[in-house]
Design a protein around this ligand. Sequence first.
Ligand code: GLN
Length: 482
Amino acid sequence: MSDLAAFGVAELQKKLRAREISPPEILRAVNDRIERLDDDLGAYLSRDFETALAEAETADVNLPLGGIPIAIKDLINVSGQPCTAGSRILQGYRAPYDATVIARLRGVGAIPFGRLNMDEFAMGSSGENSSVRATRNPWARDRVPGGSSSGAAAAVAAGTAIAALGSDTGGSIRQPAAMCGVVGVKPSYGRVSRYGLTAFSSSLDQIGPLTKTVTDAALLLEVIAGHDAKDSTSVKAPVPHFTASLARGLRGLRLGLPREYVSDGIDPAVRRAFDEAVACLTTLGAEIVEVSLPHTEQSISVYYLIATAEASANLARFDGIRYGRQTKEISEIANFYERTRSEGFGTEVKRRIILGTYVLSAGYYDAYYRRAQKVRELIRRDFTDAFAQVDALISPTTPTPAFRLGEKVSDPLQMYLADIFTNAANLAGICGLSLPCGFSEERLPLGLQILAPALAEELLLQIGFAYEQATAWHEMRPALTS
Ligand code: GLN
């Protein structure tokens, strides 16, 4: 890859400031590469080149991200742009305002460009629940890129995006980042404003960056993080200067290895790469300590009770009247809602609305939803106890490398297990990062996950940076023809 689109944020920043290149040149390079590669990959749902070009022409390269295009998962509002959440029900809908993260990106000169494919309403682990088409993994076209930020991970890996914003409710940034060989950060709950994010599960959702390097993730996170009066769950805490503390190193840090995450169920290639990563971290000066997260086994069940309950409430607003597409067959109002929703939602979304409505219904609420909340508290305590012994935790991001397209579509439980190592972090509200740590024999990328306490993103990025500096995995790129 020799074109400008292959570079990351930090590299382009330097070239822009040295006046070696201009913002319109970068934008054209990205757009050309999308034109060449995206019919095959399916990472993008739409893009508005003319608007972005006008912005690039007047971009101020002295601003922190001045003139750098950032691709956006299609569930974050960008004023005037489509925002479909990968669903038929939002066909034709255009966002009336900028999400806070978009306003902040614009505030430092970045240009939102391109709407990224995703599992419908962020429900999925493979990208195959997109109502438009499945995204392919740039490393192997017969494999999934992971999900639900499938387009974001695939585009960053393929160099059809400089960097991207995705969302993570149970793993949707970290899991596709791992499967596509890029860096992904799920910030702590409340760290990044959710204002303007299409809600899936409001007590779990977070927006975060998918990038080519840890430095780029730090650059984006320091822009999008911080308190926002428009999101009542956003935390009033100062945002550290993440890029300034990256090089602090690992000496004196204790890293916990959760016993339950390195059990027999994981793929041998994943295990091998993880063991090598642990050895590398030790060489860099970290002390590795085995810890236990005893409620790991319950996390998938708890996640799917809470996430579906909240989704059933959040998705009630899509009634065909206020947003997007409506049925043509109108006879009376009740039947209008029913038809609009039957035609507009895909199978997985319907499954979750039904399950979520059931677990919230009178007579079952105590048995399922209230119980799930109690076990969620136990999961949270597992992490509090672990972080009393260690500074951060490390694990594989996913139990297997990218699986084949179609392999798990008819088995939702198998699909749900793809998030076994990621969803507890959302339940506990802590932060997590995935970065490349090797390849399987079939040359599929593998991810190392780092988890740190709530609001400890600085530490998370510092550990990721130390590992990245010591390895070359992040420099590997898929071979893409055309
Ligand atoms: N794969 C998980 C799900 O389907 C997580 C999705 C997400 O993080 N948005 O719910």
